[in-house]
Structures are given as C-alpha cells and as structure tokens.
Design a protein around this ligand. Structure first.
Ligand SMILES: [Zn+2]
Length: 98
C-alpha cells in the first residue's frame, strides 16, 4: 500500500483545483500544524484566520482521500486547505528520505 506522501503529486493536485485555489493552498502551506503524521493518514489544521479548518488525508483502496472541516472540499475537488496540508506532507516526507 502506498503512503499518503506517495500519492501526492503536484500535477494531480493542480488538476483537482483551479489556479487560484492552488495558489492560495501554496500560500497556506507554511501555516500547517500537523497533528498526526503517519504513512497512511495525515491530519492537520491550517491557520487561515478565524477557526482553523482541520484537514485529513488518508490512503484508501481507490487512492488518496481528503476531508476538510471548512466544508469547501469534495471527493472530486480539493480546497486550499487540502492543498496546503498535501504540500506540507510531501515536504516532510521528502525531508525524511533525502
Ligand atoms: Zn478547506
């Protein structure tokens, strides 16, 4: 089974979001507070002003799945918070395996 980080692909993320959403997610990537970081699940909150949304990324048999407590993501579309957590997850994973 692949890990969460293995399933995060920049091109795929871009295809799941419009350019503004992707750009906003990239901005928010520095404000991610990771609360759980495992091979098959990453959970984090994103400080974006106001109540920080919690995002969860999980590996499912169908690939990567995500949820955002702000309610702005769907199974087919990511939101800026999901992008931020995905980018931060990938950064951490690549730091671990230089
Ligand atoms: Zn969101």
């Amino acid at each position: 089974m692949p890990s969460v980080a293995d399933l995060i692909d920049d091109a795929a993320l871009r295809s799941l979001a419009d350019p503004e959403t992707y750009a906003r997610g990239k901005e928010l990537a520095g404000r991610v507070r990771m609360s759980a970081f495992g091979p098959h699940r990453a959970a984090a909150t994103v400080e974006s002003g106001g109540e920080p949304p919690s995002v969860e990324l999980t590996v499912t048999p169908g690939g990567l799945a995500w949820t955002c407590s702000a309610g702005d993501a769907s199974p087919a579309l990511v939101c800026p918070h999901v992008i931020a957590v995905a980018l931060d997850t990938r950064r951490r994973a690549s730091g671990r395996r230089p």
